[in-house]
Design a protein around this ligand. Sequence first.
Ligand code: SAH
Length: 221
Amino acid sequence: QFRFLNEQLYTVHSSEAQQMFQDAPELFDMYHKGFAEQTARWPESPVMTYAAKITALAKKHASTSQNALVVADFGCGDAQLSAQLNATKGIKCVVHSFDLVAANDRVVACDIRRVPLPDKSVDVGVFCLSLMGTNWEDFLREAHRVLRDKAILLVTEVTSRIEEGGGRNKFASAVSSIGFDVISKDSSNKFFERFEYRKRGAKPNPNPTKFKLGVCKYKRR
Ligand code: SAH
């Protein structure tokens, strides 16, 4: 059932996924249980790596600004990133966590193609394994809207999905064509690829380079 639901989420428009979870919220718990079982086998937790990275960014930010570092976690799951950063001492950081269903009170329920944040209000945008749905480019355009000029965008996606679409360089350029400069690519983990970008330009490109992200098929246990 998890594998069916998972494939479903990668092959429908986000509005359809949202409707599906609204109609049957128990499917969300089932999805997350399956997801947790799959990722528990990975040698590294991509969320924890991002927590460490953002902690460093928050310290750097504090040296030039009085304000807290503002983070938006798009497709946050149960908002572990927010929990981890809130528990980290010595940093000033506000994390907005979005997912289709609010698994706890750190999460704001919404479709991430439209998040309840003002334009140019975010310092770091995060997509950790959350570019699901056929309209994933919409999510990145929305991130472009809420990010401040030259703000940072962190993207992690499953290697097989990226390879199916033509590889990491093509994927990185496709995302870049939406309106982000590539800062770095990291393939040190065999399960997922990591990318760091910097927002470029005032408006996202409505006709970016096409890239077809594959469907993430988790192995049968
Ligand atoms: N970032 C978390 C969860 C990854 S699972 C982590 O790394 O642990 C992918 C998450 O993206 C799921 O919780 C799924 O519900 C969410 N997601 C996918 N499409 C979405 C959409 N259109 N709007 C909001 N959340 C979405």
